[in-house]
Design a protein around this ligand. Structure first.
Ligand SMILES: [Zn+2]
Length: 373
């Protein structure tokens, strides 16, 4: 393990597969062509060749700032999704990812993904999908000592469609029910509300549907306060972060960059001990902050917020580990050794883990810190 360990809490599962893993699974399942999420063929990309996959994602990243960049980004999840074809793939890919990251310095890693999206691809019931992913994460710990958690997501824009409409447009009730049923404090899973736009689908819309999740004791995080742009971030109101805490009992927020615009919202976050999952490279590449230097992560740390740092979507954003992210962007973010330790401590403090696992992670951190440099 590296000298300063990392803790990553915001990483999308299929977007965290390396090009090598995608290529290996493509070969295993004889996947020979790349299609978007909506099924459109992308010519000239070989899914069994890691270099070809890398070139494809470099091209996607170059397009982010174009008007249709976000659509291309969402479409590009089609490739990793196309190679995950059964429950065994999910279990193995979760195991492999947690172990690989542990070996590269991640003390604890939380993966997240849309159970309904995998269900659509694989055909198994949602509880079986979640169980397979949790099994992979747990096996990483029992066999290799690599700690992780799986967070089950639904899309806000596809959360509460009409009852007689398609299942994929009404994901929230089914996903929340499954998370509540499968939650076990000794083997925790979390819930994430993802998707866009935030203002059209504010947290309060999901208060009733997430009630069983809260009653079961399962922790909730929500992509929130992300889709605002510097300098005022007014298009992602900080009040929505407060609303997520007060109405959903959110224990963490994904991104939360808009908090920079409101001292009052930061006070609520700090006093509630809510974690802020910062993903600076993602925010920069998606155009929400112009430069890494403009990202508020360091100011959040200085104010005592429980901020951590994550890659978000490594396939699309380039760095596969938080260690890599800090190596390439740490100076621009004004993060030195002291902040690296703080990020790891905040990550452990706000991880979705059992009390026993948190105590173990704290002890591991303490021991690593006591080692001579
Ligand atoms: Zn995300």
């Amino acid at each position: 393990m590296a000298a300063v360990p990392t803790v990553e809490l915001h990483r999308h599962f299929e977007a965290g597969l390396t090009p090598e893993t995608v290529a290996r699974l493509a070969e295993k399942h004889s996947v020979c062509e790349v299609r978007t999420r909506t099924g459109i063929l992308i010519p000239g990309v070989d899914p069994q060749d890691p270099d070809s996959i890398r070139a494809y994602y470099r091209h996607i990243a170059d397009d982010f700032t174009r008007p249709d960049g976000f659509a291309h980004f969402v479409d590009s999840f089609g490739l990793p999704l196309s190679v995950l074809t059964n429950l065994e793939d999910l279990e193995e890919a979760a195991f492999d990812q947690i172990v690989a990251l542990y070996e590269q310095g991640s003390l604890h890693t939380e993966l997240r993904g849309s159970a309904m999206t995998y269900q659509e691809r694989i055909g198994a019931p949602v509880p079986e999908i979640i169980s397979a992913l949790r099994a992979g994460v747990e096996r990483a710990f029992t066999e290799r000592g690599a700690s992780g958690t799986f967070i089950v997501a639904f899309s806000r824009q596809n959360g509460l469609g009409p009852e007689d409409g398609p299942r994929m447009k009404r994901q929230a009730p089914e996903v929340c029910r499954a998370v509540a049923e499968l939650y076990d404090p000794e083997r925790p899973i979390g819930l994430d509300i993802a998707g866009f736009p935030e203002i059209t689908f504010p947290p309060r819309l999901f208060e009733a549907v997430t009630a069983p999740v809260r009653e079961a004791g399962a922790p909730i995080t929500i992509h929130c306060g992300e889709q605002g742009r510097a300098p005022d971030f007014a298009d992602a109101p900080p009040e929505l972060v407060v609303e997520a805490i007060e109405r959903l009992g959110a224990r963490r927020v994904g991104h939360g960059t808009c908090l920079v615009a409101s001292a009052e919202a930061r006070r609520v976050v700090r006093e509630a001990g809510v974690g802020v999952e910062c993903c600076p490279q993602s925010n920069r590449l998606m155009g929400f902050v112009p430069r890494l230097e403009d990202h508020p992560l360091r100011s959040f740390l200085d104010e005592g917020l429980l901020a951590s740092i994550s890659t978000d979507d490594p396939l699309m954003f380039g760095d596969f580990t938080v260690g890599g992210l800090l190596e390439h962007g740490g100076d621009a973010l004004a993060l030195g050794d002291a902040e690296h330790w703080r990020l790891a401590e905040n990550g452990v403090a706000t991880a979705f883990v059992s009390p026993a696992r948190r105590a173990l992670l704290q002890e591991r951190l303490r021991m690593l810190r006591a080692q001579p440099a």
